[in-house]
Design a protein around this ligand. Structure first.
Ligand code: SIN
Ligand code: MN
Length: 270
């Protein structure tokens, strides 16, 4: 999937791009069928909400699930990021965020590169997220909130919040958010399953809790330019990967083909 020059320009201006309905219904059912199996596992890669039960996120499913291993090499996700960063990529992080109906908790305001720099010593913000909606994202189930243009500020001061949710995060204070929103406003891209969001690693974002009856599962590939790999290995390998092998894409129809299989580095669980 090639971005037009207008899209590249828009990305540099706003810090994100939204692509509604990129993956087909058939492809989405292949992916969605795997999610309950992953969240049913009890292993460190599966993080629960504060209640200790509700799944919050799963890390590194591409290393232990055959379908997500293919998604991690999907040209519709990889190629636009490769185009923007102008280099081969490796997977820095792979998450499936649940934001479960009624119980899915907030993700406080933050920048991803803030964490990658402070915790992982990633040299430059030459990495970004590409997200795929596994379920519809609407105004009620905790859509991602972006502050357009906020990526241009580089890394903003943040504090390490280890108490608000079950997952520690470098978060930005209310006074700074008020100032940033005064300049850029807030957007919340919404759309059907199969929609994609690409966003800059310095874009300030967050999401509120989900009090609706609808789950809001989103997969995030955090892709980093190979030469910009992390220098510090403080966090667990399944949160900040050390395999800097450049991603080679599979064919575009890989999710629907059984003859295409990826060798998994760790034991398959689902
Ligand atoms: C994130 O920013 O890492 C997650 C936000 C979300 O899934 O709502
Ligand atoms: Mn984030």
């Amino acid at each position: 999937m090639k971005l037009t020059s207008a899209q590249v320009e828009q990305f540099h201006r706003d810090g994100y791009l939204f692509f509604p309905g990129v993956f087909s219904r058939e492809e989405m059912s292949v992916l969605c069928a795997e999610v309950p199996k992953i969240y049913a596992e009890h292993r460190p890669q599966i993080v629960r909400e504060k209640d200790g039960v509700t799944p919050r996120t799963s890390f590194a499913a591409h290393t232990y699930n055959r379908v997500f291993a293919k998604l991690a090499r999907h040209p519709r996700l990889i190629e636009p990021v490769e185009q923007v960063l102008g280099e081969k990529l490796y997977i820095h992080q792979f998450k499936i965020n649940a934001k479960a109906a009624f119980d899915g908790d907030v993700w406080q305001w933050h920048q991803d590169y803030g964490t990658w720099k402070r915790d992982d010593e990633m040299p430059e913000p030459r990495a970004m997220n590409i997200a795929l909606f596994l379920e519809e994202v609407n105004e009620f189930n905790g859509p991602l909130l972006f502050i357009p243009g906020s990526h241009k500020l580089g890394v903003v001061e943040a504090g390490h919040d280890t108490t608000t949710t079950s997952y520690p995060l470098w978060t930005i204070d209310n006074a700074t958010i008020t100032k940033l929103v005064g300049r850029g406003g807030i957007v919340a891209p919404k759309g059907p399953p199969g929609s994609m969001l690409l966003f800059h690693s310095c874009l300030v974002h967050g999401s509120s809790s989900n009090m609706s009856p609808w789950d809001r599962t989103i997969v995030y590939l955090s892709l980093c330019a190979v030469s910009n790999h992390i220098r510090r290995f403080q966090r667990p390998e399944y949160i900040a990967h050390r395999d800097f092998t450049p991603i080679e894409c599979l064919p575009d129809d890989c999710l629907l083909r059984d003859d295409i299989q990826v060798k998994l580095p760790v034991n398959e669980i689902a």
